[in-house]
Design a binder for this molecule. Structure first.
Ligand SMILES: [Zn+2]
Length: 432
């Protein structure tokens, strides 16, 4: 299958940040050619599919590196309360009542929202019915990392069962759907997992060649409690437990000191920055400029709709850069290009996915098309596009989406999932 898209403005996000009018040839799920100008008649005549992209922008799809799809129906439940109160009195009791059907419908709604707002890759950490979610993700044709979230404060037998489920998920789904679906291990957080359990997780990761994703140092209280209980800070402790000897992506890292940042750098740990969730739960603002100065790998995540409350990565990107400017009273502290890379290629790298996040020959063809003829993106020329994407764009400006060269949304309509059904079910949820 050869697809040609021509007459389009290509935002490559390559090392030169090249932006130009041109065409792409996609074959076998990768960009075979990315060129300026117009393709030859021979190329157009031999292609299986030719798309005229006149007037549109093409850019790499967004990568959301932290979320919880199964809880999407809790959007708007329990706003304006602190994290632990919210988890213990809103989230966890509600989730205990979730059926398989509820989780799957909620995950479908999340996928619909993500595709419609330009996300092509996501990470999902959840503890219920992950095998069914994996099947749903395959059906959607999105790229994803799935992890069975594990809370370790339970009996030894329950711990073993959770680990077994995680490993089974890995054996059943890792590398499925032409390698678009991968599986990682996910202990929930140091405050919900005793050290002995975290060590077991590390052993399993080593044994199976898996990487680890977990929440770390989201709130100040969590860090204070950890020091009281174990006499050391969470990052230092996780390092001692061997967690950072395997590839690791930590969500939040809001309250990390300089020593901890040095550990993260030394061990090559990646960070998923979730600014909207951190703001809404009053958790604080992560020291992203310091992390970037240290060349740490930082990406962006939305967290769940229960703490965000939407999955629009363009909003996440805008908030990520604006809060640092405001916090530091310094407009030069963030650059729009660097933050856009956090939402794309750095995200892919932190999910252990190679060759995703640039429109470039031999890169995997994960990309989106954007309709720029809307008031909030005008006027535009090539010099202003990155600024518009970071400071003005909305997820709803995305019209088309491709993952590994396969189209998953055309003219704002999902091709693989039944949008009407997903919206109907979501609409019924609070009314039944
Ligand atoms: Zn989370």
């Amino acid at each position: 299958m050869v697809t040609v898209i021509h007459s389009i403005t290509i935002i490559t996000l390559d090392e030169n940040n090249a932006i130009f009018q041109g065409f792409v040839i996609i074959k076998g799920g990768t960009f075979q050619e990315v060129g300026s100008g117009y393709p030859s008649k021979k190329i157009l005549d031999t292609a299986d599919e030719v798309i005229n992209g006149k007037g549109k922008w093409m850019m790499p799809g967004l990568v959301n590196t932290h979320g919880h799809l199964g809880s999407t129906y809790l959007r708007g439940a329990g706003d304006d309360i602190p994290l632990m109160n919210w988890l213990e009195n809103v989230m966890w009791p509600a989730e205990r009542r979730f059926t398989r059907e509820t989780v799957l419908q909620a995950a479908s709604l999340a996928i619909l929202e993500m595709v419609k707002s330009g996300t092509t890759t996501f990470l999902d950490m959840y503890h219920l019915h992950m095998d069914n979610i994996a099947e749903l993700v395959i059906e959607s044709d999105m790229r994803a990392v799935l992890c069975r979230g594990m809370i370790g404060h339970c009996s030894d037998q329950e711990q073993e069962e959770k680990l077994l489920e995680s490993i089974q998920l890995y054996h059943n789904f890792h590398g499925e759907n032409d390698n678009k679906l991968t599986v990682a291990l996910s202990p929930h957080a140091p405050y919900t997992c005793p050290p002995v359990f975290l060590e077991k997780v590390v052993d399993k990761a080593v044994e199976n060649g898996m990487w680890i994703h977990t929440h770390v140092s989201e709130t100040k209280k969590e860090v204070v409690d950890h020091i009281q209980k174990y006499g050391k800070r969470p990052v230092e402790h996780l390092n001692e437990l061997g967690m950072f000897n395997v590839p690791c992506l930590i969500a939040h890292a809001v309250h990390v000191n300089d020593e901890e940042l040095n550990i993260l750098k030394e061990k090559g740990v990646s960070i998923s920055h979730n600014p909207m969730s951190n703001l809404k739960l009053g958790s604080g603002i992560a020291p992203i400029p310091k992390m970037l100065d240290l060349n740490l790998s930082v990406s962006l995540g939305t967290d769940s709709t229960a703490s965000n409350n939407n999955l629009d990565m363009f909003e996440e990107l805008r908030i990520a850069t604006l809060i640092q400017k405001g916090l530091h009273e310094d407009p030069t502290i963030t650059s729009s290009e660097a933050y856009l890379r956090m939402a794309t290629q750095y995200g892919a790298k932190s999910l252990q996915i190679n060759n995703v996040g640039e429109i470039k020959e031999n890169f995997i063809a994960d990309f989106i098309l954007i309709e720029p003829e809307v008031p909030h993106l005008l006027p535009w020329n090539e010099d202003r596009i990155i600024s518009h994407i970071v400071y003005s764009m909305k997820g709803s400006d995305v019209t088309d989406s491709f993952v590994q060269g396969k189209q998953i949304m055309r003219n704002r309509e999902l091709l693989q999932l039944d949008e009407e059904k997903i919206l109907y079910e979501a609409n019924c949820y609070l009314k039944s």
